[in-house]
Design a protein around this ligand. Structure first.
Ligand SMILES: Nc1ncnc2c1ncn2[C@@H]1O[C@H](COP(=O)(O)OP(=O)(O)OP(=O)(O)O)[C@@H](O)[C@H]1O
Length: 268
């Protein structure tokens, strides 16, 4: 796959604005005075050492975790200030792919993907299932996967099904938490390509938590590095990789970083 950085468009307006965010669990402070912007149409990769609070940041932005201080604006609106019903309407404008997929184990794929459609749109089940089948096709799953249960699928198929569910309501923003974790390198590369293709085709903005350097080089327009409870830097890969910070230098210029850069360079 071609290195996407040079090909992708310039960032648009700010679609998510995080300001002065603090998150704590008891005495454990995860984020302190953290700022971050996500621009319309971009794929932002969020990286950082283990436990730096990448997943907590994602969960806080989507409203699953309450911050102890700060503001988060999505679509220019502070969702925490909205009444539940209005908030739910905004929440339908983003989709989330959680680590592990978080599919309902007792439902087959088409039923899994129909859940948000029936819940939020009031569609009849038969119509919701028709749309669900289209979403499965969009993520590259064959028609016969529709009636399979999560336990019958490979890791890559589970990720695709979870992506199909995240796309069920035609979101504007897609949140992905370690989408390639647990996939073999070929499966991971295919999934990266799918994310880029769908983001372009559907005009999605993507917030992507990852450890995977290959994913960063093949999908992301910008990268935000979490360290010391903040976003240390958020910029293009080239600029981030030049940042004078011990973790960043080791991450981008250690053996795995060099291999990912070489792979990205070869692909362009
Ligand atoms: N619900 C919770 N209650 C208490 N502590 C939590 C909770 N969720 C996360 N934490 C803690 O917050 C810190 C950040 O967790 P988080 O999962 O965001 O890290 P991460 O950067 O995504 O790590 P990794 O790369 O290993 O997945 C960790 O120390 C974690 O134990």
């Amino acid at each position: 796959m071609a290195n996407s950085q040079a090909q992708r468009k310039c960032p648009g307006d700010v679609i998510i604005q995080v300001r002065g965010l603090s998150t704590r669990f008891g005495n454990h402070i995860v984020h302190e005075d953290l700022d971050l912007d996500l621009y319309t149409g971009e794929i932002l990769g969020v990286v950082g050492g283990s436990g730096t609070g990448k997943s907590v940041l994602l969960r806080t932005i989507v409203g699953l975790n309450t911050p102890s201080a700060g503001h988060i604006r999505l679509f220019d609106t502070d969702l925490t200030e909205l009444p539940a019903e209005e908030r739910s309407r905004y929440e339908q404008r983003f989709g989330v792919l959680f680590q592990g997929g978080a599919l309902f184990t007792s439902l087959n794929l088409v039923q899994n993907i129909s859940v948000p459609l029936v819940e939020h749109t009031g569609l009849a089940r038969v119509d919701a299932e028709e749309i669900a089948r289209m979403k499965l096709a969009l993520t590259g799953l064959p028609p016969e996967a529709a009636l399979k249960y999560p336990a019958e699928l490979s890791g890559g198929m589970v990720k695709r099904a979870a992506l199909a569910r995240a796309l069920a309501l035609d979101p504007e923003i897609l949140f992905l938490d370690e989408p390639t974790a647990g996939l073999d390198p070929i499966g991971a590369a295919d999934f990266d390509e799918l994310i880029v293709t769908l983001s372009k085709a559907l005009g999605l903005t993507v917030f992507l938590v990852t450890h995977d350097l290959d994913t960063l080089y093949s999908t992301c327009d910008r990268v935000a590095v979490l360290a010391q409870r903040k976003v240390l830097v958020a910029d293009t890969l080239d600029r981030v990789a030049q940042t004078d910070d011990a973790w960043i230098q080791e991450y981008f210029h250690g053996p795995r970083g060099r291999a990912a850069i070489a792979a990205g360079t070869k692909a362009t």
